[in-house]
Write a protein that binds this ligand. Structure first.
Ligand SMILES: Cc1cc2nc3c(=O)[nH]c(=O)nc-3n(C[C@H](O)[C@H](O)[C@H](O)COP(=O)(O)OP(=O)(O)OC[C@H]3O[C@@H](n4cnc5c(N)ncnc54)[C@H](O)[C@@H]3O)c2cc1C
Length: 369
């Protein structure tokens, strides 16, 4: 039997990025996915890489987002070279539209502590918003521009990761469902799947919203799905110059003209239904910002599950079971946080240490003392 060092569970962005990183560092990796690579949240996402706009306070989570954003350009270059797939990474910037006084105050506070850290945030008057982002014609008090924020075509990113994993000799097995872990004497030994058992001394749980394995995971892992509904339209190219956001909705345009608008955050279990209420809320939010999108033509709609934790922070690190690691709970930031998650998990598995310190994200924080 050939050597197998690590089994990675889940072929979303977190599992694929981690498997690729470990394989590039010389490990024999097997990646197990119930459906096909990227079939859940990682393709459902909008692909906005917001390491500033979407982070309300300084702290370890902000540092994690910043560190991952810094890794992105080189990670993408490496991925595009290995896969020969272009993944549409563009530093278009995000404009947040403040409609109410309290939104303006909150964002001004955020701009202050972020600029004090040397990051770029610009306050635009409503007139400047219209000049610099002509698609915005709704009534806004002001805008906050985050010019170094980026977007990526996450669908293409998942295709590229699948190719890169295969090239790096990851044993990528789709349509393989994990049923339970094999654990003996406090050490993980492998997994049971619907195609039989697989052995390895290291197992990494990257199962996104399914990380608790319906109660079969041997430790407390309070991850729940937070449904997000999304709509896609076709519009004239460069209709949007930036990613445009408000408290109510956001719109992001790809270079081929596709406009994605989203999204809801709902507790609906694993129900992927699209609802009148959800679609109405998104469309009202968008039309509040812009009537320029009115002539875009509808293409498709879908829903996906963000892996959500009680404190809205990811769960990253080792567990009390030897050889068993967790990387899940990335909620709204999994696309952004993938390069750093892969890097720190690989370091932790290979050396027993990690930088940044993962204590605030430890799986142990949910264990009742
Ligand atoms: C509508 C929406 C918009 C979003 N927008 C953004 C955004 O703009 N920017 C951003 O950074 N993030 C965004 N996110 C969040 C991001 O998509 C997630 O944080 C990220 O995709 C999580 O990746 P993952 O690999 O952990 O999970 P997933 O992509 O869900 O992968 C988990 C995988 O595990 C597999 N699996 C589950 N159970 C089993 C089993 N028993 N056996 C085998 N395989 C199994 C599943 O099939 C799945 O493929 C968005 C999410 C949604 C839903």
């Amino acid at each position: 039997m050939s050597r197998r060092d690590v089994i990675v569970l889940g072929g979303g962005i977190i599992g694929c990025a981690t498997a690729w990183e470990l394989a590039e560092r010389g490990k024999a990796v097997c990646l197990l996915e119930r459906g096909t690579v990227g079939c859940e949240a990682s393709t459902a996402a909008a692909g906005i890489l917001s390491s500033q706009m979407d982070v309300e306070q300084p702290g370890p989570f902000f540092e994690l987002c910043q560190a991952s954003r810094r890794l992105y350009p080189r990670w993408i270059t490496r991925l595009e070279q290995h896969s020969r797939i272009s993944v549409g990474f563009h530093v278009d910037g995000i404009v947040f539209l403040a409609v109410t006084e309290s939104e303006e105050r909150r964002m001004a506070r955020q701009a202050r502590w972020q600029t004090a850290r040397g990051l770029r945030v610009e306050r635009w008057s409503s007139r400047e918003v219209r000049r610099r982002e002509p698609s915005v014609d709704g009534r806004v008090r002001c805008g906050f521009s985050f010019p170094t924020e980026a977007q990526i075509d996450n669908g293409r990113l998942m295709q590229a990761l699948a190719v890169a994993c295969r090239k790096a000799r990851v044993d990528l097995r789709e349509r393989t469902t994990i049923r339970r872990l094999r654990i003996r004497h406090g050490r993980v030994r492998g997994v049971e799947t619907d195609h039989g058992p697989l052995e390895a001394p290291v197992v990494v749980n990257c199962l996104g919203s399914w990380a608790s394995m319906g109660g079969a995971f041997p430790l407390t892992l309070p991850v729940e799905p937070a449904r997000g509904q999304m709509l896609a339209f076709a519009g004239p190219k460069r209709l949007l110059r930036h990613v445009v956001m408000s408290e109510r909705a956001y719109a992001v345009q790809r270079r081929d003209g596709r406009v994605l608008v989203g999204s809801t955050i709902e507790r609906a279990g694993f129900d992927k239904s699209l609802t009148l209420e959800g679609i109405h809320a998104i469309l009202c939010g968008i039309r509040h910002m812009s009537r320029a999108l009115d002539r875009c033509t509808f293409r498709e709609a879908w829903a996906g599950f963000r892996p959500s934790t009680p404190d809205r922070l990811p769960i990253l690190g080792s567990t009390p079971i030897d050889g068993l690691y967790v990387a899940t709970g990335h909620f709204r930031h999994g696309i952004l946080l993938a390069p750093l998650t892969a890097q720190v998990l690989a370091e932790l598995i290979l050396t027993g240490r990690s930088s940044p310190d993962l204590t605030p994200f430890s799986p142990q924080r949910f264990v009742k003392k």
